[in-house]
Design a protein around this ligand. Sequence first.
Ligand SMILES: [Zn+2]
Length: 248
Amino acid sequence: MGNRFIELPGIVLNSRRFGEINKSVELLTPSHGILNVVAHGATKTKSKLAAASDLFVSGKFQLYHNPVKDDWSIKSVSNLVQIEMIRNNVKVYALTGLCSEIIRYTYAGGVADKVFKLFDVWLRLLERGPSLLELQVCQFILRFLAFAGFYHGSQDCSICGDSIQTAAYLTQDFSIVCKGCNHIGTYYLEREILDYIDYSLRFKLVDAYKIELEQDKVMKLFDILVSLLEDFTNRKFSFLEYYKTVRN
Ligand SMILES: [Zn+2]
């Protein structure tokens, strides 16, 4: 029987009322994936767990695991980080929610340790301001796909192996195929967008944000990636619907 108390770094992906006064929290952790944990009494304003169970906060969570019921609860949180920009800007809030839904509906792509680090850095970089937000989400998704083993660059067709010249298509499982191997249900991507993807992925996230891509191409890439992820997870992202109402 292992330790019942454990301290884990975590990010709150989802939080909802559970019973009269509790909250049920989906917590992303590097070592344990996404844990469903209960924050007892967290809906009370005076509760020390109220802030710790807010959406998209991060910190070190002291958790208790009940081995009989196999459930988890939060005892306390230290080093709590709340990103002010998420509370102050509805578009930032909507797109942060979209990233959290992508993580939740894919079970962190089976690579929670890498996705945790990615999301943690991504959240902290939000404090720099809301400009280029869709580009930031594209960078989040592309890195997520690369970590999860879906994206391997755009140099060669994933079916016939020929090198991709001008036209390339993105399939529903995120493979790149050439014009000849193209089939129904794929998305066309210009070489310029593909070059942007491959080039920017060589850099750290903070530096990748500095690589420019025209706004209409950013929006096209954003729409394609999010549509593919909705198909792939067979879910509708509620934060995407919310984003559409607040983006202007
Ligand atoms: Zn081909």
